[in-house]
Design a protein around this ligand. Structure first.
Ligand code: HAM
Length: 460
């Protein structure tokens, strides 16, 4: 470790801190090295006015608002859980052998605790449900969420290391109507945003015994072909043959087509449940295709599994996924199973799909009023005046550098202000401000105390 290493610096700071010194040492920089920082690969900043909706804060606000509106119409209430969770919760909940747990977790140890930056929200929501005894509240719990998740995947378009999920869970019901409602809600969010051309694939995974029986049959089927499989699939054959079904390699996909079908291993009750879900979806006009090889990448599912795709967003086409997870509660420590079903969706992929569909979103509104104070006393007065205008409900701003009237006018034009309010020593003495309407250039003199009313009645 060199003298200019970040860890060296951090350790130096920590030992200073531990020894009660108040001044941390200045961070050493290598001679001649200019340090500039960039966001970490696979993460990005969301800014006002960005060209792409994926990085444009106005698009995020617009979409979040629409999602909340749909969630509220489905009577879901918001739950917010911490970004940090115990590693064990995710390992047990999502499954020790899943890609998420074996390869993709951002985890670290501190003291005697192992932490993970949550890679998904279902296990955390179940933890919160059990921790706060939400089963004691009346009826099923209908919860929705939005927030950042973290997976150490290889970054590419639509696949990030920090991404954002929104989703919903109905906890406490075994009824097929809960499954159908979750699926209908998923589809509804996309159509409310004008994305009608999504593809819904559904399947049933059966009960807790169906899956091991199926895994055994898959292993027996693929074993004779093991020499033809890629190294990845050979590994999966040992650890989790279900993952071979997701292969993107053509010759493996051909093998998958003749592989045993999960449905042949599914118990009768799960089949009846699946039939009921399909009938409900058909009744409310939600189109779907059945995909006998859809197994999902997380271990907690039983019975219903589904995915929603957009053909328009390229390789990472899964917009959303979900299903029933009646045994997750037991994996994370509950004595009795808590039936539940839910979905989660990637916000970035939704925004990519909206971009592909050329969907419009509102821009941030420009300020109604730009205030210009000329001279020290006028600047102070303008500061107070801006607050009063805001309290009256106007969008008001002012320059925070003392500059000439001409320079400030130019800024007002650039930010798209509707009006300029100009105050100099003369205006301060008379109690009247100059108000300039920016499109026509018409200027009027307005008493300070009438300004809020004047601007409210004139604004467009
Ligand atoms: P998931 O399929 O792992 O399911 O993730 C749901 C969605 O999150 C994906 O369809 C995708 O849109 C988005 N997503 C996942 N990973 C990334 C990534 N690295 N970059 C960008 N977007 C990503 C779950 O997480 C389950 N918890 C869903 C669920 C809820 N099941 C029941 N309730």
């Amino acid at each position: 470790m060199g003298r200019h290493d970040s860890l060296y610096w951090l350790e130096a700071c920590q030992s200073y801190y531990a020894s009660d010194a108040y001044n941390w040492p200045a961070r050493p920089t290598a001679p001649g090295v200019k340090t500039t920082y960039r966001s970490i690969e696979g993460t990005f900043d969301i800014l006002p006015g960005s060209a792409s909706p994926v990085t444009r804060s106005e698009a995020w606000c617009h979409v979040e608002e629409r999602i909340r509106a749909v969630m509220q119409r489905f009577a879901f209430a918001e739950i917010r859980t911490p970004v940090l969770e115990p590693l064990d919760l995710i390992a047990r909940g999502v499954g020790e052998l899943t890609d998420i747990v074996t390869k993709e977790m951002f985890s670290f140890e501190r003291g005697s605790t192992n932490y993970v930056l949550r890679p998904e929200m279902t296990a955390p929501v179940m933890r919160a449900y059990l921790q706060h005894h939400l089963d004691q509240r009346p009826g099923e719990q209908r919860l929705f969420y939005m927030g950042p998740c973290f997976r150490a995947e290889r970054p590419q378009k639509g696949r990030y290391r920090q991404f954002h999920q929104f989703g919903a869970e109905i906890i406490g019901s075994t009824d097929a109507r809960a499954d159908a409602e979750i699926i209908a809600c998923t589809v509804e969010i996309y159509s409310a945003l004008g994305l009608g051309s999504t593809l819904l694939r559904i399947n049933t995974l059966g009960d807790a015994e169906s899956r091991p029986r199926y895994i055994q049959a898959l292993r027996a089927y693929f074993e004779p072909f093991s020499q033809e499989l890629s190294a990845t699939s050979q590994g999966r054959l040992k650890s989790n043959p279900l993952r071979i079904l997701d292969t993107k390699l053509e010759h493996e996909a051909a093998l998958v087509q003749s592989a045993p079908r999960l449905m042949d291993f599914v118990d009768p009750d799960s089949r009846a449940h699946y039939e009921a879900v399909k009938v409900l979806l058909a009744e409310v006009g939600v189109p779907f295709v059945e995909d006998p090889f859809l197994v999902r990448g997380l271990d907690y599912y039983s019975r219903t599994a589904f995915e929603l795709e957009s053909p328009e967003i390229g390789a990472q086409s899964a917009l959303a996924g979900g299903g029933r997870y009646d045994l997750l509660s037991v994996s994370v420590g509950s004595r009795k199973p808590v039936p539940a079903v839910g979905f989660a969706a990637g916000m970035e992929r939704l925004l990519l799909a909206l971009e592909a569909a050329d969907a419009p979103w509102p821009d941030t509104l420009p300020p109604t009023v730009f205030l210009i104070g000329l001279g020290e006393s006028a600047e102070k007065a303008v500061f107070g005046l801006a607050l009063r205008l805001r309290q009256a409900g106007l969008r008001a701003t002012h320059g925070l550098r003392s500059r000439s009237m001409k320079a400030q006018m130019r800024t007002a034009h650039r930010v798209g202000a509707g009006y300029c309010v100009i105050v100099g020593d003369e205006e301060l003495a008379s109690g009247y401000a100059q108000v300039k309407e920016m499109t026509q250039g018409v200027q009027e003199t307005v008493p300070f105390d009438v300004l809020p009313r004047y601007l409210l009645s004139h604004r467009t």
